[in-house]
Design a protein around this ligand. Structure first.
Ligand code: KG4
Ligand code: ZN
Length: 400
């Protein structure tokens, strides 16, 4: 079954052709990063206008690259939530219109579920069977999915296809949101995740050049971790506030080392519960801090990333142990983080639990995962009517 997938939930416009939920024929993503970078984050109104401008060329390119025509396509799928209403509306309307015009089955796809199903995608161009049932190379149930994107952080037990049990979720900021806000604090730009990862890698390489272990760079600043013991919930807002205070003028490691002071600052500076400031404030502070050169941005990025990775990896490993799963899947934009992948692999290895994550281009928003997910639903006879509306606040369909 060949499915055309369309993704437009936020600031990426995507179209892809995927066969049998797994095999990629084409995957086109038009990113708006450059447009939003100057504002330090996504501006919804601008995002939907961009979606409108790019969606048709993106679909045409996806068809061209897959070298297929409309007669080859068996169904059309588009994201219907969660996401920005204006952006979702563009992809969903185009998808439904194409389905109507071509008389093809239509399915609306849950973007979060699609991030999980990105783990079924493969780069090979041809597949063997049309079955939604297990095929060699597929993830195996039961599994734990750590869904970490710009707006979501959820630890989910997946017992079978479409059987989701929520184990824990963020109580405040999502992991990706924390990366984005902290990148603004540090003056690193948008999107924050790759920028922080890059700055952290740079700082670690610098330490290695000086024959210091990279681990030292990751712990240059002792930052708070919100363990919320006894739950699988997460919280990243305290960490974000601690970063804000450090950027506001705490002693930089470089300066402290020179003066012989404790580079980690005082404990009362690190565990502040002060209310988070406005986003514009983050940007201003970040730019000022970077200009002053008073804060070692690379070491702060490395320490922040380590604090996030620490909590995500340990909690995921604990859940994998408790529920005796065979695999752990990473899903969502933050799954692209190499430090998280390495650390989780290390946590799971002694337990002989396999970690899976999609290739980087399938971690961040893309339409291949939308087409892939649709296959498993269409195979079960599911389909949506063309009056399906966008659902910006949609969550995973939890059974519990
Ligand atoms: O899944 P996604 O592309 O969009 C949403 O559905 O939200 O996730 C975007 C998020 C952003 O917050 C971005 O900063 C983060 O994923 N991200 C990363 C990395 N690449 C993207 N976070 C950490 N490390 C990365 N390498
Ligand atoms: Zn996403």
């Amino acid at each position: 079954m060949l499915i055309l997938g369309i993704e437009s939930s936020c600031d990426e416009t995507g179209a892809a052709l995927v066969r049998d939920g797994r095999y990629l024929l084409s995957n086109i993503v038009a990113s708006q990063v450059e447009v939003h970078n100057r504002y330090g984050g996504v501006v919804p109104e601008v995002a939907s206008r961009q979606q409108l401008a790019t969606i048709i060329p993106v679909i045409e390119t996806a068809l061209d690259q897959a070298a297929c025509g409309w007669e080859d396509i068996d169904a059309i799928a588009a994201t219907y939530g969660p996401g920005l209403a204006g952006s979702l509306l563009v992809g969903l309307s185009v998808g439904k219109t194409l389905a109507l015009a071509r008389n093809l089955p239509f399915l609306g796809v849950n973007h979060l579920e699609a991030h999980i199903y990105a783990n079924w995608l493969r780069r090979e161009k041809s597949g063997t069977g049309e079955s939604w049932e297990y095929q060699e190379g597929d993830p195996t149930f039961p599994l734990i999915a750590l869904v970490i994107s710009g707006a979501h952080s959820e630890l989910v037990l997946v017992r079978d296809h479409a059987h989701y049990e929520l184990l824990g979720q963020t109580r405040d900021d999502a992991a990706g949101e924390a990366f984005d806000k902290v990148a603004r604090i540090l003056g690193l730009g948008y999107p924050g995740g790759p920028a922080i990862q890059h700055a952290a890698e740079h700082a670690e390489e610098e330490y290695q050049r000086q024959s210091k272990p990279p681990q030292m760079a990751r712990n240059a600043y002792r930052l708070p971790r919100s363990w919320l013991r006894g739950t699988y919930d997460f919280s990243f807002s305290g960490l974000k506030t601690a970063m804000l205070h450090l950027a506001e003028g705490a002693v930089g490691v470089g300066e402290a080392e020179k003066s012989g002071e404790d580079p980690r600052g005082r404990p009362d500076q690190q565990h502040s519960g002060v209310k988070a400031k406005q986003q514009s404030h983050y940007t201003r502070m970040g730019v000022q801090a970077a200009k002053r050169g008073s804060v070692n941005v690379g070491l702060l990025a490395a320490s922040f990333q380590e604090a996030v990775v620490d909590v995500l990896a340990v909690k995921t490993r604990l859940a994998a142990q408790e529920y005796h799963v065979k695999q752990v899947l990473l899903a969502g934009g933050v799954a692209a983080n190499t430090s998280l992948r390495a650390r989780l692999e290390q946590e799971l290895q002694p337990l002989k639990i396999r970690l899976r994550y999609p290739p980087i281009e399938f971690c961040t928003d893309n339409a291949a995962m939308i087409a892939g997910t649709a296959f498993f639903h269409l195979c079960k006879g599911e389909q949506h009517d063309l009056d399906l509306d966008v659902q910006p606040g949609l969550s995973l369909p939890f059974v519990r």
